[in-house]
Design a protein around this ligand. Structure first.
Ligand code: GAP
Length: 435
């Protein structure tokens, strides 16, 4: 059973994972701020993606391209012409909806009136603004709606500077912006969000094989980080669902509290983008293979994931309620690599001599891991709070510590405790906290 939507949203707000943006001004719809725990979780998700895509491989490098690019990029990519959704407005309540997402295309889901929709019009999702002090057509620019195009326009720069032969990939993590008609479901669909995209360039004859390879790799990534297998599904697009650039696509769907919805798309983008940018820019973006003397446009396999959306899915997936000695325990069973705080350091009391050892323990740990020193409330409540935010280990400093220089380590999942000398603490945790 998927976790209840309101429970997760309440936990996210109560514990400081996610706040409504501009809350003191009444909030702004569909924009969220990541709080002290949320920013750690989001950073950990992005770091794990980067680690598996870039750090652990010889054949992929990273870049960080500009959010605002030449407007010609978006003409060439097809976004100016076709990055749009069908918009209808209800003549009764004036709410706007995406026609293709309506359960009943003839009934307004807000006010219930029938037959009240205007004719659909194509609404372009790109945010448009102006570069410089003059607002004219000549200096109109867009905020990027995907990170992918920043990679395509740098294909030749990267190939030349890293001297890579095909197949190789370029990865990027960063903000994207879409003026969604119907944002919603908390951070699932927002107008400003983060993506983790990788474009893998290969010979056209090998594209099908690499496509299957990346579908498997991405499945392994989610599973390796502990996502529940039954909550993940890989669904191939039918012909009529494919984007204008794709020859084949798999959606990675997660079972959210409202049903299956997309986390990631893995697409065979063919040579659509490189060809289009070559044509519009006049630059040669073909690849020459010295081994075969062949010159061609590489094909591209693209695993494109949402960082903010995936973070939300990991949060939902980790949420557990269980009964311990007749009491409800809420625990986020996050993989320790994703946990915002790796170790909580909890002195049994606020007395000066315990605080001194606590600080010594904290100083030992903080250069290696995100830790939190918590001195408030009873030890039981502090354990419960750490469980609720997914901290895998809690180290308790008590009065015996002053005599034996030992601390108690509690495991979040088993709740079992070990007592070990402070000098063994780093080694003990290093064995259990993978990078
Ligand atoms: N370069 C291909 C591309 O951008 P996409 O399926 O439109 O493909 C990739 O986007 C991923 O970005 C989605 O699977 C989703 O996780 C995330 N994403 C897209 N729009 C989003 C939004 N409005 N809010 C949050 N995440 C979004």
């Amino acid at each position: 059973m998927p976790a209840d939507f309101d429970t997760i949203v309440n936990l996210a707000k109560k514990r400081g994972f996610v706040f409504q943006s501009s809350e003191i001004y009444g909030g702004i719809r569909s924009a969220y701020d990541y709080g002290p725990l949320g920013v750690e979780l989001l950073r950990n998700v992005k770091a794990q993606w980067w680690r598996s895509m870039v750090q652990m491989r010889d054949d992929i490098v990273g870049i960080d391209s500009a959010v605002i690019q030449s407007p010609k990029v978006w003409v060439a990519s097809g976004h100016v012409d076709s990055f749009s959704d069908p918009l209808v407005e209800c003549r009764e309540c004036h709410n706007r909806h995406r026609l293709d997402k309506l359960e009943n295309p003839d009934q307004c889901p807000t006010c219930g009136s029938k037959g009240s929709f205007t004719d659909p019009r194509e609404f372009n999702l790109m945010f448009r603004t102006h570069m410089g002090p003059i607002e004219s057509e000549d200096n109109a620019v867009y905020l990027r709606p995907e990170t992918a195009q920043g990679i395509f326009i740098n294909f030749e720069n990267v190939r030349r500077t890293v001297r890579k032969r095909l197949p190789f990939g370029i990865a990027q993590v960063g903000k994207s912006f879409r003026n969604e008609i119907t944002p919603g479901q908390f951070v699932f669909r927002t107008r400003e969000f983060e993506q983790m995209e990788m474009e893998f360039f290969c010979h056209p004859d090998e594209a099908d094989e690499w496509f299957r390879y990346w579908v498997d790799e991405r499945r392994n990534w989610y599973m390796n980080l502990g996502m529940t297998e039954e909550n993940l599904q890989f669904r191939e697009h039918d012909e009529d669902e494919l984007s204008h650039y794709a020859a084949a696509t798999f959606d990675v769907d997660y079972l959210f509290p409202w049903g299956w919805d997309e986390l990631e798309g893995i697409a065979n983008r063919t040579d659509f983008d490189l060809k289009a940018h070559a044509e519009y820019s006049g630059e040669d973006l073909t690849y020459f293979d010295p081994a075969t003397n062949e010159r061609f446009f590489p094909y591209v396999i693209e695993p494109a994931a949402g960082a903010t959306r995936t973070t939300f899915a990991f949060l939902i997936d980790a949420y557990h309620e269980e009964e311990v000695r007749g009491e409800k325990r809420t625990v986020l069973k996050l993989d320790p690599r994703l946990s915002p705080i790796k170790v909580a350091v909890l002195p049994l009391s606020k007395k000066d001599d315990l605080v001194e050892v606590t600080n010594r323990v904290a100083d030992l740990l903080r250069s290696r891991w995100m830790i939190e020193v918590d001195v408030t409330q009873s030890i039981g409540r502090r354990y419960r709070r750490q469980d609720e935010i997914g901290t895998p280990y809690a180290v308790t400093v008590d009065f015996d510590t002053l005599d034996d220089d030992q601390v108690t380590i509690r495991d979040r999942d088993t709740m079992e405790q070990d007592r070990i000398p402070i000098q063994d603490l780093v080694g003990y945790l290093a064995d259990r906290l993978p990078s």
